[in-house]
Design a protein around this ligand. Sequence first.
Ligand SMILES: NC(=O)C1=CN([C@@H]2O[C@H](COP(=O)(O)OP(=O)(O)OC[C@H]3O[C@@H](n4cnc5c(N)ncnc54)[C@H](O)[C@@H]3O)[C@@H](O)[C@H]2O)[C@H](O)CC1
Ligand SMILES: [K+]
Length: 461
Amino acid sequence: MPQPILTAAAMRDAETAAVAAGTTYAALMATAGKAVADTAARFALGRPILVLAGPGNNGGDGYVAASILAERGHDVIVAAHGDARSAEAIAARAAWQGQTIALADAEPRPILIDALFGTGLSRPLDADVATTLQSLVDAAEFSLAVDVPSGVDTDTGADLGAPHGLTATLALGAYKPAHLIEPAAGLCGHLFLADIGVPARGSWHVIARPQLVPPPRDAQKFTRGLVVVVAGAMPGAARLAARAAIHAGAGYVILAGADAGQPEAIVHKPLGDPADLAAILDDDRIGCVLIGPGLGRDDRASALLDIAVASRHPLVVDGDALTLLGREAPHRLAPRADIAMTPHAGEFARMFASADGKLLATLSAARAIDGVVVHKGPDTVVAAPDGRAAVQIERSSWLSTAGSGDTLAGILAARRATGVDFFGAAQQAVWFHTRAAKLAGPAFVADQLSHYLPAAIGECL
Ligand SMILES: NC(=O)C1=CN([C@@H]2O[C@H](COP(=O)(O)OP(=O)(O)OC[C@H]3O[C@@H](n4cnc5c(N)ncnc54)[C@H](O)[C@@H]3O)[C@@H](O)[C@H]2O)[C@H](O)CC1
Ligand SMILES: [K+]
């Protein structure tokens, strides 16, 4: 079951439901605080601990953790900021028997637990709090954020003054968008997830390793999936996409408009007049069409795009095709069924207004085109028009290289052509793309990525 991603409100609803089902907020806080204490204890190694406890339940978690760590013999001081408000936070604070100082008077300690603010943060950190927090994180040898780093927007991943350099973050109960969406995701450090006994479900989840089966006994190249990649002004990008498609499980790949070179398995079909594409696409065996990589932005490119959009096959729109569509994308694509697009941040911004954070913006775009949107980046979001979304958690910064996007588009076309719907195919493609990058090792060239796709697929059988 893929890990769900919950907004602050959804998490509160899940906690309320858990309480309605018989637990108590105090018990949830006790469980959360113990998870914090256990995680900190694993890394404390006897070093002095400083707990920063804020005014809300995040602070309450901090007080619970401090009491547990002190009971286990750790040297713990609590630096308090604001007066505890909720009954369970007041109780947790009252139960703390150790030394409490004001945040402003806190001296650095090797182990730092940030329990100032969690999902209740509603505005940027006060400058003095942010400064103090940053200096304490800088001085710590190990720093752990409780639930989320203090100073991030839980639901959008925006940075509201959070410190840089945290060692780790312990997500409580479920991942939130801030754990996966930049810039907050990049501030979390190592990410741990603690189960606090709150059943969490939702329409958003983390992209998980695909579970595949080998082709059926009676498979043949067309039933495994026929992909057509349309080449344009810069055929190298389309070649990369075609190679990715043939290595990502497609049974047959046609490269229309350019000669693929290697592997020989890719079939080259010349494209003289753009109308030749209509003839190539007039084939019911086609499982998916990909247009955009290296297409160019001239009249010929536009004519080829019109023909691809008018075709009846599942369609992946990438690269230059997205630039050609621009703000017309919803108008041009919404009438068309079974479609997906793979914009990077710049292409996305040119097509869609940005809503409140990458997750909601991508969901809004998916609704606008009535198709799947793969909003690429270190925090790639896959969104479906029905409100489902999946966010990647595995990352490779080495994918920031020319041709990486062409490769992803080719993988997506192949997975769709094998018969997986675009929401599932896009998650598989993102997972395979990143897994191939990790298998390729550092500083790979995009041309090498395809060679690692069969190994990545092998890990999913
Ligand atoms: N709900 C539960 O039973 C559990 C919650 N868990 C933990 O609780 C936090 C969420 O706690 P909450 O009280 O809603 O808010 P915070 O502690 O995150 O924020 C405290 C409080 O601070 C005020 N505030 C907001 N922004 C600012 C700001 N910039 N400066 C100053 N003050 C600010 C606002 O009034 C907030 O209410 C969650 O993250 C978990 O850590 C438990 O894990 C499980 C039980
Ligand atoms: K925190």
